[in-house]
Design a protein around this ligand. Structure first.
Ligand code: SAM
Length: 326
């Protein structure tokens, strides 16, 4: 090594903890939701390895502008976000996916530790391993966890104040009262002096929203229908994807996108411990994605107990990033 070479101290390889067994039994949850009067499959079941890749493909679609809008907000307002959030803190990324959005903020936030939480353990493991090669000085922790029921941060996560990051429009998957409860848990995870950085998709024209969730190429349809394959694996069911079609629409009354799979014909489906007949046009509800207004988002954060709040939007006011002090 020459005298001018600089040594970058290497952080240890990412630690990875699988905390999924501590949460509810996913097979039991699926059997109950499929047997319900109005059958549904929780959106967390989208994210098998193929589902995680299909979501990445959705983010590339011209009809799905959310990811690009959020990226532009981070590009334009990243420095201000860092000023408000504070630097050199643990960054806890909920539903981290491919970790790309958090990575975009590493430069400005200079986190002391990156903690990626996701239910999709294999995909998270793969993405975190690649990320740690690009950021060898940053300590990283991967937590495979279903945060629907509890948000448990083990001792390996540095104490607060923390920046808790929940980008995309995942907050929209919660019904309003559940979103409130989830935000309260996020606030507790921040610790005193911490904050959340939250992405939220905003209400806009129905036509644009319909297209964002029902693109002509059929990528979102593939993402939605793939949930049936994951269900087959989880509870040994025999859904035939060819018997079902993708349905997605924006309902302006509830301000939410609804996604369903709809039976193309009468079908009987069996799974380990049960089964059900579906008539042609019967639906299984697979996702809600609530859209927000800026006043509605601010009010929700206040009700969850947050203090000072800053909001940034993209140039078309289609997407918002909120930073709220815990
Ligand atoms: C819509 S993707 C967002 C990925 C990334 N944060 C982004 O904004 O592009 C949702 C992510 O949350 C994860 N996820 C969904 N439900 C979850 C749950 N209940 N617990 C933990 N992770 C969950 C999924 O595996 C997926 O990676």
């Amino acid at each position: 090594m020459g005298s001018n070479d600089v040594r970058v101290p290497l952080a240890p390889a990412p630690r990875f903890l699988d905390l999924r067994t501590a949460s509810a039994d996913p097979a039991a949850e699926l059997r109950a939701s499929l047997a319900a009067d109005a059958p549904f499959i929780a959106p967390k079941f989208f994210y098998d390895p193929l589902g995680s890749r299909l979501f990445e493909a959705i983010c590339e679609l011209p009809e799905y502008p959310l990811t690009r809008a959020e990226r532009r907000i981070f590009e334009r307002h990243g420095e201000e976000i860092a000023t408000r959030a504070g630097i050199d803190r643990p960054l806890v990324d909920l539903g981290a996916g491919n970790c790309e959005k958090a990575e975009q903020l590493f430069r400005v936030l200079a986190p002391s530790q990156y903690v990626a939480v996701d239910i999709a353990a294999d995909f998270l493991h793969e993405c975190l391993a690649a990320l740690s090669l690009r950021h060898p000085g940053l300590p990283m922790v991967g937590l495979a966890q279903d945060f629907t029921f509890a948000l448990a941060l083990p001792d390996i996560v540095q104490p607060g104040p923390r920046t808790v990051f929940y980008p995309g429009s995942s907050i929209g998957n919660f019904a309003p009262h559940d979103a409130l409860a989830f935000l309260e848990r996020m606030r507790a995870a921040c610790g005193p002096g911490g904050c959340v950085v939250l992405g939220a998709d905003l209400v806009r024209h129905k036509h644009a929203l319909d297209l964002a969730y029902d693109d002509p190429l059929g990528v979102t349809a593939a993402f939605n229908l793939n949930v049936l394959r994951n269900v087959n694996r989880c509870i040994d069911a025999d859904f035939d994807v060819a018997d079902w079609r993708h349905v997605a629409f924006f309902d302006p009354v509830t301000a939410r996108i609804e996604m369903h799979v709809e039976a193309r014909c009468d079908v009987a489906v069996r799974w380990n411990g049960g089964g059900r007949r579906f008539r042609a046009t019967d639906r299984i509800h697979t996702e809600n994605s609530y859209k927000y207004t800026l006043p509605g988002l601010g009010a929700l954060l206040r009700r969850a107990g947050f203090g000072d709040t800053w909001l940034w939007t993209d140039e078309e006011d289609s997407f918002a990033v909120a930073l709220a002090a815990a």
